[in-house]
Structure formats: C-alpha cells, structure tokens
Design a protein around this ligand. Structure first.
Ligand SMILES: C[S@@+](CC[C@H](N)C(=O)[O-])C[C@H]1O[C@@H](n2cnc3c(N)ncnc32)[C@H](O)[C@@H]1O
Length: 248
C-alpha cells in the first residue's frame, strides 16, 4: 500500500482497501462494539424493521445487522466512494434488502425508519453540526424507534494516569496478539499510525473529541426522551437514544 500523502485523496479513500483487516487491529473494542450494536437493536431476530446506518464505510456494521435480522431492510450512507465500492461488493448477497447511498450525513435526508445506528463516524462531525443531525434523526425515526451511537467519546469522570496506562497496555497487548497471529505486521501498523498523524497535520483527516454529556444534552434537546451511556470500553462508548412510543 502507498502511504505517501496524496494531494487530493481523503484519508478513507487511501486506507479503504486495508480497512476491514486493520480496523479491528487498531481499535481493540471495535468488534465487540459492533456486536453490541446488534444486541441493542430492540427487535427479535425474525422481526421486519427498517434501519439506516450513518457513515457505513465498508458496511461492516450493516452486514452484521443484515445477517442477524434476516427480515430487516435498510439504507447505508457514506460520503466516500472508495469505502462504498467495498460496501457494495460485500452487500451483493443482501441485494433487495439494502440501499447504499453516497451522501454527506451532515446534510442528507435520512429515510423514515425504526432504527438509526452509527459506528466510529460521529467523531468526524463538527460539534456545531450535531444538534441539526440529531434533529434529522429524531424526525426520521418512527414512534418507539431508537438511535444507537457507537464511537470514541469522553465520559465523566475523566481518566487519570493509571487508567490511561491500563488503556495503552490493553491496546499494546491487542496489537502484539494481532502481529503474532499474522493479521498485520508491525511495520504496517506503524505506517498507518504515522499516515493518520500526517493526514491530521495536513487537515485531511479531521476528528473531533465529543463528550457523552454534550451529545446527550443535544439529543434530549433534539427530541429524544431517554438517552444513556449503555456500554463502554476505555474511550469507546455506546449511547442509546429512544423516541417515545405513540400514545394510544
Ligand atoms: C472509521 S469509518 C467507520 C465505518 C463503519 N461505520 C465502521 O464502523 O466500520 C468512518 C466513516 O465515516 C465516513 N464519514 C465521515 N464523515 C462523513 C460525512 N460527513 N458524511 C458521510 N460519511 C462520512 C467516512 O467516509 C468513513 O467511511
């Protein structure tokens, strides 16, 4: 893989080909976070319902949802053509159940649905855009629907040095295990980390550090009636936000 800094390619366009292999290596909680999204969707495996994934990337979360909920249908949205090309390829066995849409989640229409989920994407959304995004999600959800938001975020109380040390030990052990298992080489891990750092310096991989509290406040303001941190693994957390069911 060419890790030289491309002038006009985004971070995700460049890393798309290795994303599925390296994301679970570089983000130790990732696979468990995706399992939790499936677990938190409030339907039985045989139920029919509609979902939307915001920032689907290569559609790894969407694939897990489609495979667990065999009668669910949905739309997955991302702005990056290279990631979507891989998503479309992966989703060919689910044709008829999923629409793959290229759009910017900061302004696109969100189809009416029962569940919206987003994994590892909201940290790319500027804080100022969150209230409007949450309002569009509330408006898209049917009564009783929910939004499952998985991403890195700060959750009070803040960490001190000991938890930070434990977090980095946990990550280090995870990386070493992946290298020992032949999933990735240390060189490509180092190269990816360095590439991400350089893209950030060049302003081509912009990330925001959201706090759970700010997002929960903005979600309540947008019209969700209950929001809670329901899962956490070091910096990765899941917020579950619910819409009131229709009163009979
Ligand atoms: C770290 S990847 C996560 C992909 C997938 N959800 C997963 O968990 O594997 C972040 C994705 O968000 C997408 N993204 C970032 N900002 C976006 C925006 N404003 N509109 C649509 N997609 C966006 C990127 O293109 C990328 O595919």
């Amino acid at each position: 893989m060419d890790f030289s800094l491309p002038e006009c390619r985004s971070y995700f366009a460049t890393i798309a080909d290795s994303y599925d292999r390296l994301q679970p290596v570089l983000s130790p909680p990732y696979s468990r976070g995706l399992d939790m999204i499936v677990d938190l969707i409030p339907f039985a495996a045989a139920d029919s319902f509609e979902f939307v994934e915001l920032g689907c990337g290569t559609a790894e979360p969407t694939v897990r949802v489609l495979e667990h909920f065999r009668r669910a249908t949905g739309t997955c949205i991302d702005s990056e053509p290279e990631m979507l090309a891989l998503a479309r390829r992966k989703l060919t066995s689910h044709l008829g159940r999923i629409e793959v849409r290229e759009a910017n989640i900061n302004r696109c229409d969100i189809p009416q649905c029962d569940v919206v989920f987003s994994s590892k994407t909201i940290h790319h959304v500027p804080p100022a855009a969150l209230p409007e995004l949450f309002t569009r999600i509330v408006n898209a959800l049917r009564p009783g629907g929910c939004f499952v938001l998985y991403d890195a975020m700060s959750v009070e109380p803040h960490w001190g040095a000991s938890v930070r040390r434990q977090s980095s030990r946990f990550r280090q052990r995870h990386l070493q295990e992946a290298v020992a298992a032949g999933v990735a080489t240390q060189q490509e891990i180092d190269a990816r980390v360095e590439y991400k750092r350089a893209m950030k310096v060049a302003g081509q991989d912009v990330e925001y550090e959201h706090s759970a509290k700010n997002m929960i406040d903005a979600m309540i303001e947008a019209g969700f009636d209950e929001v809670a941190v329901v899962w956490r693994m070091f910096a990765d957390a899941i917020l579950l936000a619910c819409i009131p069911a229709k009163v009979a």
